[in-house]
Design a protein around this ligand. Structure first.
Ligand code: SAM
Length: 207
């Protein structure tokens, strides 16, 4: 997975590559799909949700340019795998999931693998961020948004980086939003497809 899907496709950050080697992805995958753990595709995790393809997870983490001390917000905990990677690369991670059963499964996965030391999982609407723990040096959103949620931008520190898939329900672009000296710059990185962000600043029924 690391050689072919990550290095081979341009993931260069050695800390990200090392973390992807060390974290046991199979512990975050459904028992019956474990034989597909290191495949080049998203896998279902129950409740209509998925764990992202390894490459897209690595790319999102790399784009955050983590140095090791950051306080981070992870929106869309799912299985907890992405949070585990972030925890290995940053100082503190607050991870928010809207489906209570998945939040419980993620907490269990993180505890069982001993990767929960600096990760707090909360259950709620992550499109509104987690104001009690803000500001965040970096924010990662693993569900597709129709636009950049205002609340997340407000909770991003200066300097800070937000990585989020944004677009329509069917097609999105991975976007990097950088806050620096009071200014906000946004750029698109690559096409992608995620499950929708549901909630106050997520997709409306008519979107
Ligand atoms: N990062 C996850 C992992 O490593 O397994 C996969 C994330 S999955 C692609 C997207 C997740 O976002 C789903 O678990 C979904 O329930 C969650 N989600 C969608 N809208 C949300 C919201 N408003 N707040 C929190 N989580 C949300």
């Amino acid at each position: 997975m690391v050689d072919e899907q990550l290095r081979g496709r341009g993931i260069r950050d050695v800390r990200v590559l090392r973390a992807m080697l060390e974290i046991p992805r199979e512990e975050f995958v459904l028992q019956e799909l474990r034989h597909q753990t290191y495949g080049d595709e998203p896998l279902r995790i129950g409740y209509g949700q998925t764990i992202s393809q390894p490459y897209i997870t690595a790319r999102m983490v790399e784009l955050l340019e983590l140095g090791g001390d950051e306080r981070l917000l992870d929106v869309g905990t799912g299985s907890g795998y992405h949070a585990a990677l972030l925890g290995a690369l940053a100082g503190e991670v607050i991870s928010i999931e809207r489906i209570p059963e998945l939040a419980a499964i993620a907490m269990d996965n993180l505890r069982r693998t001993g990767l929960d030391r600096n990760i707090t999982v909360v259950c709620g609407d992550g499109s509104l961020g987690v104001p009690d723990h803000a500001p965040f040096d970096a924010i990662s959103v693993a569900a597709a948004a129709p636009r950049i949620p205002h609340a997340l931008l407000a909770q991003l520190a200066d300097p800070g980086i937000l990585v989020i898939p944004a677009g329509t329900r069917m097609d999105q672009e991975l976007r990097v939003v950088r806050k620096r000296e009071g200014r906000v710059e946004e750029r698109g990185v690559s096409p992608c497809r995620f499950v929708p962000l549901v909630g106050s600043e997520g997709f409306k029924d008519n979107e």
